[in-house]
Design a protein around this ligand. Structure first.
Ligand code: SF4
Ligand code: SF4
Length: 153
């Protein structure tokens, strides 16, 4: 819904977060599933390997499903998570006539790599200080405008 305003504490569709390196924060400890009073979280753990690292710990969640037919948005899973891997987003348009589409998979919940704040910041810094002349000029103009705004206006 366009124009909708949310309080920060609003509990919408869950999000599985990534760390500053883009790795998944979930370490498949099952604490969220144990805390869930509606028994709607289904996790399957797998081991990280040297060739394939998904999370920073020993294990990662190969499967992470939340059944929104059952979820009551109580937030207990978020409270229980030791790594802040699961949080509530602001997504609320979940209604569906098809119950199977309300079982969300890890792919539906995981934040994309580019949405990771540290990565975004790094990308922006790289773009700002890029040796590419056009970008460099744009950055210089922006800095001059900032300086003028601060000192002369
Ligand atoms: S918000 Fe509550 S009901 Fe929903 S998945 Fe988390 S613990 Fe379970
Ligand atoms: S989301 Fe958090 S509590 Fe749930 S399995 Fe992953 S690390 Fe554990």
């Amino acid at each position: 819904m366009r124009g909708a305003q949310f309080q920060e504490r609003f509990r919408g569709k869950h999000q599985l977060q990534r760390d500053e390196n883009g790795l998944e924060k979930c370490v498949a400890c099952y604490l969220c599933a144990a805390a869930c009073p509606a028994n709607c979280i289904c996790i399957e753990a797998a081991d990280n390997t040297a060739e394939k690292r998904i999370s920073s710990s020993e294990r990662y969640a190969k499967v992470y499903n939340i059944d929104y037919n059952r979820c009551i948005f109580c937030g207990y899973c978020v409270e229980a998570c030791p790594t802040d891997a699961i949080t509530h987003g602001h997504g609320f348009e979940l209604a569906s006539l098809n119950a199977t589409s309300l079982v969300m998979r890890k792919e539906d919940l995981l934040v994309p790599r580019t949405a990771c704040p540290m990565r975004l910041r790094r990308t922006r810094m790289r773009q700002r200080f890029s040796p590419e002349p056009a970008r460099g000029r744009r950055f210089a103009r922006m800095k001059i405008r900032e300086w003028v705004g601060l000192h002369l206006l």
